[in-house]
Design a protein around this ligand. Structure first.
Ligand SMILES: [Zn+2]
Length: 283
């Protein structure tokens, strides 16, 4: 999907490690597990670290638990599976990317695994954002120019120019992600944003009404245990809610606030594979 060179792979690994870890922690980290959907080509330069790539699949959580990393980067669905059924006794640093994670889920994972999961913003287009010590996501504006294509409510789509990559130019590439500015007290000069809430294509639209994924997520999250699945798909005639039967009436009632008919269907695991998205729009 994209081209890279050994130098850029080393730079990439260096950027990730430098952004995620203080120098003292960097020296202590031994086992790094990466579970991301993107090609693993970027992640194979690691020096003295034991850095392993785990492909996303039904056995990812068990394989990662067996490896027992001290640093783990994985999609939210893998962290939830780990938190539900496994222990990671040596874990010190935990990051999620590629999928949204609401507050209820973040607290559940932090509680079960003993480490707060912090967001990283990683896409095919590169390493776009990293959390500060307070857990707030900051855009990697030391290596990128990120312009803002405005959306309602102060949100925006990022337009990315990479200042370092040479093998493949990334110049003013507009992404589908919905970002929202926030503030952070850590003192970083890099822009603080809330974790990616979804894609442009996921926004619900009925005539002049627009509903953003986080607005749906915030209503649903407190009403359902963090490890119970749900998918709410908006469409021109209403909302289709996929979840377990026991959760359906509570969630459907919460969704009725958007003024559209809600229909329940049984949840299937393949709805969330390869990418888990709680909130979607179907034309
Ligand atoms: Zn910060």
């Amino acid at each position: 999907m994209f081209i890279t060179s050994p130098t850029e792979r080393a730079l990439y690994t260096g950027q990730i490690m430098a952004k995620l870890l203080k120098p003292s922690a960097l020296l202590r980290v031994r086992k790094v597990a990466l579970c991301l959907r993107a090609s693993d080509e970027l992640y194979r330069s690691a020096g003295r670290l034991d850095m392993r790539f785990f492909p996303l699949g039904p056995d990812s959580a068990a394989a990662i638990a067996e490896f027992n990393p001290d640093l783990l980067i994985a999609p939210s669905q893998v962290l939830l599976a780990l938190a539900s059924a496994h222990k990671l006794p040596d874990l010190k640093h935990l990051y999620y990317g590629a999928e949204t994670l609401n507050d209820t889920e973040r607290a559940f994972i932090g509680d079960r695994l003993g480490v707060r999961p912090d967001p990283i913003y990683q896409a095919t287009e590169g390493f776009l954002g990293a959390p500060c010590r307070l857990g707030t996501l900051h855009l990697n504006e030391d290596a990128l120019i990120i312009e803002r294509d405005p959306l309602p409510g102060g949100r925006f789509r990022p337009i990315v120019t990479d200042l370092l990559r040479r093998t493949q130019a990334i110049v003013r590439l507009r992404l589908d992600d919905v970002l929202e500015p926030t503030t952070c007290l850590c003192g970083s000069a890099r822009a603080a944003v809330r974790p990616v809430e979804g894609r442009i294509q996921d926004i619900w639209r009925w005539s002049d009404q627009q509903v953003f994924p986080r607005d749906v997520e915030n209503r649903m999250a407190p009403l359902i245990p963090a490890d119970h699945p749900w998918v709410a798909t908006g469409h021109p005639k209403g909302v289709r809610l996929a979840c377990r039967k026991a959760d359906a009436s509570r969630l459907a009632e919460a969704l009725s606030v958007f003024g559209q008919p809600v229909e329940h269907v049984e949840y299937r695991a393949d709805m969330d594979f390869p990418k888990r998205r709680h909130v979607r729009w179907l034309v």
